[in-house]
Design a protein around this ligand. Structure first.
Ligand code: DHK
Length: 143
């Protein structure tokens, strides 16, 4: 069964301690556990990197092997043409996820390039947004 790729961008490895008033105190490891539980029988590949090129490489893997993508590009949401270009090649559903409501934050966070190719965008649900995103992709990709 083809996996769902869950890809996380820069600084998300610091969740739990990073600006808890914005991102909460849930760690990325705890979020990964939530994703495995939400995916049920569907396998997942859960990754995080602070490097743009690594995220592009994982999107290429998803193009070749995956059924859907959940991506929190973090700060790369707003400036990364390489990530946008890679996602354009993916034929399955893409859910863009932000823990915070980026539209209620500073202007620099308001215009995500990834939203131009995302099937859906989740922003502001906190860490539980990952569970909602994975459950949605499981339903969207059910045989
Ligand atoms: C995470 C980040 O690191 C920020 O750069 C984004 C996003 C918001 C989030 O809410 O998950 O702007």
């Amino acid at each position: 069964m083809k996996p769902i790729f869950i890809l996380n961008g820069p600084n998300l490895n610091r969740l739990g301690k990073r600006e808890p008033e914005i991102y909460g105190t849930t760690t990325l490891a705890e979020i990964e556990t939530m994703c495995w539980e939400a995916a049920g029988q569907r396998p997942i590949r859960f990754h995080q990197s602070n490097a743009e090129h690594q995220l592009v490489d994982w999107i290429h893997e998803a193009i070749d092997e995956g059924v859907g993508i959940v991506i929190n590009p973090a700060g790369l949401s707003f400036r990364s043409i390489p990530i946008l270009d890679a996602l354009k090649m993916f034929s399955g559903p893409i859910i863009e996820l932000h823990i915070s409501n980026i539209h209620r934050r500073e202007e620099i966070y308001h215009h995500s390039l990834v939203s131009k190719v995302a099937t859906a965008v989740l922003a502001g649900l906190g860490p539980k947004g990952y569970r909602v995103a994975v459950q949605s992709l499981v339903e969207m990709t059910a045989a």
